[in-house]
Design a protein around this ligand. Structure first.
Ligand SMILES: *[C@@H]1O[C@H](CO)[C@@H](O)[C@H](O)[C@H]1NC(C)=O
Ligand SMILES: *[C@@H]1O[C@H](CO)[C@@H](O)[C@H](O)[C@H]1NC(C)=O
Ligand SMILES: *[C@@H]1O[C@H](CO)[C@@H](O)[C@H](O)[C@H]1NC(C)=O
Ligand SMILES: *[C@@H]1O[C@H](CO)[C@@H](O)[C@H](O)[C@H]1NC(C)=O
Ligand SMILES: *[C@@H]1O[C@H](CO)[C@@H](O)[C@H](O)[C@H]1NC(C)=O
Ligand SMILES: *[C@@H]1O[C@H](CO)[C@@H](O)[C@H](O)[C@H]1NC(C)=O
Length: 588
């Protein structure tokens, strides 16, 4: 993956056929000048504009500026953060993060993280530059981190793992701005300040429960590393496990763990990895094995409290880098994070003692970058809160595997599912509330190799459901949230001999999507995001010499207040279609 790593892998790629099992792979664009853009180009990720984008911020601050050159294996970059003062001081209605980046030369896609006081605010990756240069911008709502944003004793830290040498010349220049808003968005946002536990709602689910609060947490405690190579934990194997000792305040009434993950090296394309037996039997020199199932799990004092099969983000050098210009793959600039409701566990955590919060990756191989933030809401009217955890049901994941192969051809299937339920009550000054957190997911994967291993089909389906229900003493529902996500992925790759010695052709189709249905305190929203790319490229080692690419993407968002949709088409790096509408078209 890096300079030295790449060097070790080179002999493998001089033989196109033996590279079959390790595709999809990671490439840089060494295109002849005919294919290069004539001017600096802007890249972007399709997504929903922030609901407060049209407001004028009360103030904006540039909080970090840095050029990331040869940073690999070095410490992250840190700078002191302080919140704005005078008429722009807190409270704010919203805070947005805007990361601006540019780069020129030849470079791989790189992973980056941004932390405030050790708590991760953004996981992002870079676009791959051209000789003329590229730039892009990532915007994210960071209001939920307000309890950190008001502090003036914290460092803002960024790591972007980059390698710069004679071949890879691209230096990433990054600026981070925070935009602070005082004005509230009129109607289009369910985020209005009022705390669920302090309110009484009508109980009939399905009715509007009233405006529900996503009031930012009172306290955020990072589960992250001290960081001589970034504040993330680096997971190199399935037995690699990182934990942090944390003491939870005794007046905590709600706690949510937010998990950040990304996958790299031999697990960058974990969803397409064949079993190790296929690799060893065929004498293939690749580390990309261990099958195609991964589950990131979280433990408290050694007990499982939640897990996630992460969304398969494709970075900009992945599979075919020509697909991801100028629009990057879903999640590449703003990787999803995953929330686990830990309130049912407060019965174990409020004893004033330290508890061990750990993160690991089932079947993971080198390497994963993981960390988490504990969002903690306090009972301001009481020094202690009473709580008891009543039900834990976290059965082992049922994983069924079927592998059949003869030499380089074969088929590998995996089915996995898990259902877990946790129940616990919390008695704070606003009453005795029982929280139920249920997680359910289904995973299926099918990988097949045909034509002596030169034709590979990958098909993965993930269906995940997460429900939180809070009831009061009378059994009335005071809050219900649910998140349903589906993320199917298909990758088809055919390897053909190239036109010159030492080159080969990769003909590839990729379709992936993220469908999400969110119910939050009676408000329903839906997201539909789907990308379809096809094309080919001629490759030598890890460099793309020529090729064509055609990507179509449609993004749709709909809630009770309105809709947003955008459809784009890109051919060979140029947008040929870009339609945006705020009209609600059809029921989607
Ligand atoms: C902030 O970073 C500086 C420089 O890396 C370091 O010396 C200092 O201890 C850090 N402060 C905190 C609060 O982490
Ligand atoms: C793999 O290597 C072993 C030992 O070098 C050899 O016996 C075997 O035939 C090889 N298998 C294949 C499929 O090439
Ligand atoms: C809180 O409610 C639960 C469930 O109704 C009950 O079992 C528990 O005893 C209550 N706790 C207190 C302190 O009243
Ligand atoms: C299949 O691929 C292997 C490994 O590259 C090669 O040795 C063998 O000759 C190929 N078989 C056929 C039928 O092409
Ligand atoms: C990709 O999709 C196109 C159109 O559906 C199809 O013609 C082509 O064969 C596919 N490519 C591969 C490698 O299967
Ligand atoms: C996109 O915009 C073009 C030009 O305005 C229009 O002709 C076309 O119908 C639009 N397509 C969609 C899907 O809205």
């Amino acid at each position: 993956m890096y300079g030295f790593f790449l060097f070790l892998l080179l002999p493998l790629f001089t033989n196109p056929v033996s590279s079959s099992s390790s595709s999809p792979d990671r490439f840089t664009k060494s295109l002849p000048s005919s294919l290069l853009r004539h001017k600096t180009q802007e890249y972007f990720e399709l997504g929903r504009p922030l609901p407060f984008d049209h407001l004028i911020p009360s103030c904006s601050r540039r909080v970090l500026t840095h050029c990331f050159a040869n940073t690999i294996n070095g410490p992250p970059f840190s700078t002191k953060y302080s919140p704005p003062r005078s008429d722009c001081s807190s409270p704010w209605s919203h805070v947005a993060l805007e990361l601006r980046a540019k780069c020129k030369g030849e470079q791989y896609d790189r992973i980056a993280g941004l932390w405030l006081g050790g708590a991760e605010l953004l996981r992002t990756s870079t676009a791959e530059p051209t000789k003329k240069g590229i730039f892009w911008k990532v915007r994210k709502d960071i209001t939920k981190y307000s309890s950190l944003l008001v502090r003036s004793d914290l460092n803002l830290t960024m790591m972007l793992e980059n390698v710069v040498d004679r071949v890879f010349t691209g230096v990433y220049r990054v600026e981070v701005h925070f935009l602070y808003y005082k004005e509230y968005v009129a109607v289009s946002e369910p985020r209005v300040s009022s705390i669920i536990a302090d309110q009484t709602f009508n109980s009939n689910f399905g009715e509007k429960l009233g405006i529900v609060a996503d009031e930012p947490a009172d306290l955020i405690i990072p589960i992250s590393d001290t960081g001589d190579r970034g504040l993330w934990f680096r997971i190199e194997s399935e037995s690699d496990f990182h934990a942090k000792q944390i003491r939870i305040p005794r007046n905590t009434r709600r706690v949510v763990l937010e998990l950040y993950v990304s996958f790299h090296g031999n697990d960058e394309f974990w969803y397409s990895n064949p079993p190790s037996l296929y690799i060893t039997t065929n004498n293939i020199t690749t580390g990309r094995g261990n099958g195609a199932y991964r589950e990131v799990f979280v433990t408290v004092d050694g007990e499982m409290v939640g897990s996630e099969v992460p969304f398969p983000v494709v970075f900009t050098g992945g599979i075919n880098p020509l697909f991801w210009e100028p629009v990057v793959a879903i999640g590449a600039f703003n990787l999803p994070s995953y929330d686990l409701e830990l309130t049912p566990f407060l019965g174990k955590l409020l004893d004033g003692k330290v508890h061990s919060f750990g993160i690991g990756v089932t079947d993971g191989i080198s390497y994963w970058l993981v960390d988490a933030n504990l969002h903690i809401w306090l009972d301001h009217r009481s020094k202690t809160v009473q709580a008891k955890s009543s039900t834990f049901a976290f059965p082992a994941t049922e994983v069924k595997r079927n592998a059949q192969f003869k030499q380089l051809d074969g088929s590998f299937k995996i089915k996995a599912q898990r259902r877990s339920d946790f129940v616990g009550w919390v008695k704070s000054s606003s009453g005795n509330h029982t929280t139920t957190f249920s997680q359910k997911y289904k995973f299926t994967s099918s990988i097949s190799f045909e034509k002596n291993g030169t034709y590979k089909l990958v098909n993965q389906r993930v269906k995940s459901e997460r429900d939180v229900k809070v009831v009061n003493e009378k059994g009335a529902v005071v809050l219900r949230t649910s998140v349903r996500r589906r993320y199917p992925l298909n990758v088809i790759t055919a390897i053909l001999p190239g036109s010159k010695k030492g080159t080969y052709l990769l003909v590839t189709n990729v379709t992936h999507s993220m469908k999400e249905k969110n119910l939050h305190g009676g408000y329903l929203s839906r997201v539909y995001n789907s990308q379809d790319s096809r094309g080919w490229m001629e490759v030598k080692d890890h460099s793309v010499l020529s090729g064509t690419a055609n990507t179509r993407q449609s993004f749709g968002y709909r809630d009770e207040f309105g809709c947003y949709s955008r459809a784009i088409g890109a051919i060979d790096g140029s947008l040929i279609r870009d339609n945006t509408t705020f009209h609600c078209l059809s029921a989607s």
